[in-house]
Design a protein around this ligand. Structure first.
Ligand SMILES: Nc1ncnc2c1ncn2[C@@H]1O[C@H](COP(=O)(O)OP(=O)(O)OP(=O)(O)O)[C@@H](O)[C@H]1O
Length: 338
């Protein structure tokens, strides 16, 4: 069975913003599925629609076999949801927070103590179980949030940008817990703006841009669409003419038969399978043509490169930033939907 099945889902806010436009989605049970997109792409709106916090303006969604509009209570009882904003009470200890979540989700009293220990252990907070969560680092708070989302052993858990704002170490730690949850059989639906996160964790992912899914595939396949690594070269005197001259030299060098060669703000970029192999040859060709190269970098494709390759446009070309508008009305949305 599919854990999530969405067809033609639209979500238009009351001010007319079409945040989700015709999303079709199927997530089989057991999958680690990602929703990848830049700020304001519609990830949070989509996740709130799947978790019953917002009503779709059109289309249909079933989650664990329940219709999100007809059977919202059954949907909620069968999912865990870790929102972007933490749901922990800083006045309470880690254990008290998880106990509170057990009460909220109706975990039978006799099972609570064991469940709390098991979950605090899973997210490595057993040692600080009886400390007030006030002093917890961002990463510890997120881990506690994860534990609280899992108290009722949901077969499906939604994680909305769970590692945004964390340092790299805390992020990598969290990934391990997410993997473990998935290994134990829980379907995971994760939204993220980080390609690396999606790459590390997801079996499959959809790329969302301006409310529409523009690609769905495994991370490997998506990255391969970029067509190789990205070589970035910075030149001294990066006037329009000089950047264009450098671009032509790269294009005519014969070093990169397949791939894209473009001017950038301060030089050129080459996206090609041969980027690593032939990068130094290009440096020599540029030097011979009188250029002074002041920067040189070969890197794996990033989210922006995937976006560029898939859509032909940089990820945030339209300059939209949904963060402020996206978080301001959460309480009202929750109220309205209950
Ligand atoms: N309550 C709201 N009312 C009107 N427009 C909204 C509301 N919430 C979000 N939007 C708009 O809907 C679009 C999608 O926003 P959403 O928060 O879903 O994106 P996101 O991909 O989750 O971004 P972020 O990474 O910033 O959370 C944006 O254009 C945003 O400005």
């Amino acid at each position: 069975m599919n854990a999530i099945a969405a067809a033609g889902v639209e979500l238009t806010y009351s001010d007319g913003t079409r945040a989700v436009r015709g999303v079709d989605l199927e997530v089989p049970e057991g999958e680690f599925f990602g929703f990848l997109g830049p700020n304001g792409a519609g990830k949070t709106t989509a996740i709130k629609t799947l978790t019953t916090l917002l009503h779709p303006t059109a289309g249909s969604v079933t989650v664990n076999g329940f219709d999100v509009v007809e059977e919202p209570r059954s949907v909620r009882a069968s999912i865990g949801y870790m929102a972007q904003e933490t749901s922990i009470d800083e006045e309470l200890t880690a254990r008290e927070n998880v106990r509170f979540a057990c009460e909220a989700y109706g975990v039978p009293r006799s099972e609570r103590a064991d469940r709390i220990d098991e979950l605090l252990d899973l997210v490595d907070l057993a040692d600080v179980a009886d400390k007030r969560s006030e002093g917890f680092s961002g990463g510890m708070q997120k881990r506690l949030d994860v534990a609280m989302a899992l108290v009722h052993r949901p077969p499906l858990v939604f994680l909305d940008e769970p590692t945004t704002g964390l340092d790299p170490k805390a992020r990598i730690d969290l990934w391990e817990y997410f993997r473990e949850i998935n290994r134990q059989g829980t379907t995971v639906f994760l939204t993220t703006q980080y390609l690396e996160e999606a790459d590390q964790l997801c079996d499959r992912l959809s790329v969302i841009q301006d409310g529409e899914i523009v690609a769905t595939d495994s991370p490997e396949t998506l990255k391969s669409r970029v067509g190789g690594d990205v070589l970035e070269i910075t030149i001294e005197d990066a006037s329009d003419e000089e950047r264009e001259r450098a671009r032509r030299i790269a294009a005519e060098s014969g070093l990169f038969e397949e791939g894209a060669i473009e001017t950038t703000e301060d030089g050129i970029s080459v996206t090609s399978k041969a980027a690593r192999r032939s990068g130094t040859d290009l440096l020599v060709a540029l030097r011979d043509a009188g250029f002074t190269v002041v920067g040189f970098d070969v890197r794996s494709p990033t989210l922006d490169d995937v976006f560029l390759a898939i859509t032909g446009e940089p990820a945030d070309d339209d300059g939209e930033d949904g963060e402020a508008a996206g978080t301001g009305d959460d309480a009202a949305e929750l109220e309205a939907s209950r």
